[in-house]
Ligand binder design. Structure first.
Ligand SMILES: Cc1ncc(COP(=O)(O)O)c(C=O)c1O
Length: 402
């Protein structure tokens, strides 16, 4: 019998962790590994921003490594507010912004500050695995609305109307999405905000990928709730500033909730990583962001093109949308999986074991993700992306599925 708390035990070991460990193990054995698992940016952070940052650290190390007020560096919160105005036309006061240790902590703090044990939360299925896990840790009940391949992974507005505010006190969702990479439709976004307003429910909106867009535009749901009455937005510097290991994100939300978030953040780690706060400030304030995005997005776009076309050609019976945003292909592998009589988790494990190709099983993102694979397309160069897909094809052939 485990001596750990019920809360800790309520979380099963996620196959994601098993697969990442498998990738490391194979690579230690000297096997060439094609790792498609992590939402890891494909290029390092802006060189100019890093050089500036290091120069500033050398000039005044004390300033860059000291404790800071929990809410975060004033200069950074001012810069985030200006950035929101610039890119989204959104008016948010720096006093409504809290800097966090990554978007993941922003999500956790949001749920912790708004929901009580036993409350229900509405999740879209499939969606980011952390939402499911944080609901479990916080003792929340889960309601779902399916996002299907047929609707381009958009939730059905009727399901939102049925559940949000009636059966669930809050919704947590992302756009662009993980794992499906879809941008939410304006119709669905508007429905979510309107229903939440009418029924005094909460909207927790995750925008970790808001700058990784190839077609269309980011949906700023704040425009439907400009005073942020019922809306909390969780952002991240992991994807566009490309510092996932730096652990930096932010929240902005209702004026009466922000002090609660700050209080909770004070307990959870005191303050977000201070050197990274300065780096993010230099990135936003010195114009490095615009230049960096202009460099990175064309590279990701080429990789997306190669990944999508290559996958379609090599694995032709998978159902697949071309991602308009984000970092992932999310093919439905049902045709192959049913011939092999495997679950998607078994497929992912066997594929890793026999070919060194590591992809995530869709079921870790919810019941509706079953039989899918999540494949990061931004991390590898085009030829390497395709080499791994060829090995996947070989695996399917060897198992008489293709
Ligand atoms: C949808 C989504 N939200 C939030 C995050 C968390 O990002 P981080 O905690 O690295 O800022 C991720 C990470 O991959 C994600 O995919």
């Amino acid at each position: 019998m485990s001596r750990a708390s019920m809360r800790a035990r309520s979380l099963p070991t996620n196959p994601h962790r098993i697969l990442v460990a498998k990738a490391h193990e194979l690579s230690r054995k000297g096997i060439k590994v094609y790792d498609y698992t992590a939402g890891q940016p494909g290029l390092p952070p802006s060189r100019e921003a890093l050089e500036y940052f290091m120069d500033m650290i050398k000039r005044d190390p004390f300033k860059h490594f000291r404790y800071m007020p929990t809410q975060g560096l004033q200069e950074l919160r001012d810069a985030i507010a200006q950035d929101l105005k610039k890119y989204g036309g959104i008016d948010v006061s720096p006093s409504q912004i809290l800097v966090t240790a990554g978007g993941a902590e922003a999500l956790y703090l949001s749920a912790l500050s708004l929901l009580n044990e036993g409350d229900s939360v509405l999740l879209l299925d499939p969606s980011y695995s952390v939402y499911w896990d944080l609901a479990k840790i916080l003792g929340l009940r889960i309601e779902t609305c399916v996002q299907s391949f047929e609707t381009g992974f958009n939730p059905d507005p009727e399901c939102i109307k049925e559940k949000l505010g009636a059966r669930a006190k809050a919704i947590i969702f992302a756009s662009p999405d993980n794992p499906s990479s879809r941008i939410i439709s304006e119709e669905a976004a508007k429905t979510i905000v309107e229903v939440a307003r009418e029924r005094k429910a909460w909207v927790i909106y995750d925008v970790a990928y808001k700058h990784i867009i190839f077609e269309g535009e980011h949906v700023w749901i704040e425009r439907y709730d400009p005073s942020l009455e019922n809306t909390i937005v969780c952002g991240s510097f992991s994807k566009d500033l490309a510092i996932p290991g730096g652990r930096l994100g932010y929240i902005y939300g209702p004026r009466d909730i922000v002090p609660e978030l700050v209080k909770l953040k004070g307990v959870l780690g005191i303050v977000a990583p201070v050197p990274m706060q300065w780096l993010a400030y230099y990135y936003l304030a010195m114009g490095f962001k615009e230049k960096y995005l202009a460099e990175v997005l064309p590279v990701y776009r080429k990789r997306r093109e190669a990944a999508y076309e290559g996958f379609k050609q090599l694995v032709p019976e998978a159902r697949l949308h071309k991602p308009t945003a984000g970092m992932y292909l999310f093919p439905d592998m049902t045709t192959y999986i049913s011939k092999m009589e495997l679950s998607d988790v078994e497929l992912a494990l066997k594929l890793a074991e026999s070919k060194g190709v590591v992809m995530l099983p869709g079921s870790i993102f919810g019941e509706a993700g079953k039989n899918h694979l999540r494949i990061t397309f931004v991390t590898m160069k085009e030829n390497e992306l395709l080499e791994g897909f060829k090995l996947l094809r070989e695996f399917l052939e060897e198992n008489k599925a293709l």
